[in-house]
Design a protein around this ligand. Sequence first.
Ligand code: PLP
Length: 361
Amino acid sequence: MSRAYNFSAGPATLPETVLQQAQAELLDWHGVGASIVELSHRGPEFLQVAQEAEADLRTLMSIPQDYAVLFLQGGATTQQALIALNFAAPGQTVDYAVTGHWGKTALKQVKPYVDAKVAANGEAGGFRDIPAYGQWQLSKDAAYVHYTANETIHGVEFRDIPDTGDVPLVGDFSSSIVSEPLDVSKFGILYAGAQKNLGPVGVSVVIVRRDLLERAGQPRAEILDYRAHVKGESMLNTPPTWNWYLAGLVFKWMIAQGGVSEFAQRNARKSALLYRTIDESGGFYRNEVAAGARSRMNVPFFLKDEALDKPFLKEAEAAGLISLKGHRALGGMRASIYNAMPEEGVQALADFMRDFQNRNG
Ligand SMILES: *Cc1c(COP(=O)(O)O)cnc(C)c1O
């Protein structure tokens, strides 16, 4: 058996050693005679897994103590809706910077509850750049400002943190969390579905400044209440133990590899190599995102002739490079190169792209 280099946007490739460890532990976790997924979430074995995962994530991201960390079900989209329910009063103004597909999704989730204003919108430019901060129209009395740190489909990434003054900043980091050092203290709330950079789909991480949990928010059931989840240590009901466990293994792998700053360097090299390959192709390949907003995690690109898309994908697959087809919203190709994508994988893709161009250019 040979594993391909998998450029899927999410669920995405996982570190091979993590999958091997999970496989080795699957039938008998640490000698207890059962799999970790067969044990109670309230038993000492899983509690240890859960506590280590949180501690390791806190270490990786240098999360300050005045922030709570939650491991929840529902994916990033559910958190997008819960953020309005928990942190904005009914009808209160909230500001959204829309820089791509996921910014639009986030906005859609809160419209039923709050007065959602679009503070900035990159859609007129095809989401190829981030609107300049000077043009953002922020409301003074907003409950929070929401933005998408990395737009997974459009390949647009903020390279700095927007300054929203006293209004808490909410960041969707689903596709760029732990990809480089981040000053968590600049945020009110930071959230991410796991299936891009943290582990398997089925668990989301929410990092929330504790004082915000005092907000009344809106009428909601306990299971939709972040405060209750913090009190219940993310175990109000049965949590997704398998996903939490696997994410925990990914955190340990990341720490062993040198932590977030090491991955930041690798990610910078990987994305630079891919953009260089595209930019030096004389127009055979093109990426349309403004240079300063190009994502290090997701690289969408187009071939100069659409008729070459199918042969490109087919030959790439034969060369062990899979899941390169672009999102249906954009077409073309997309290479997602998260932490778990090794540098050799991106080198193999760049080599293939040059070779394909030589044969078809
Ligand atoms: C994938 C993704 C989402 C949606 O995640 P789900 O877990 O499918 O709800 C939201 N935001 C961003 C930036 C994403 O990449």
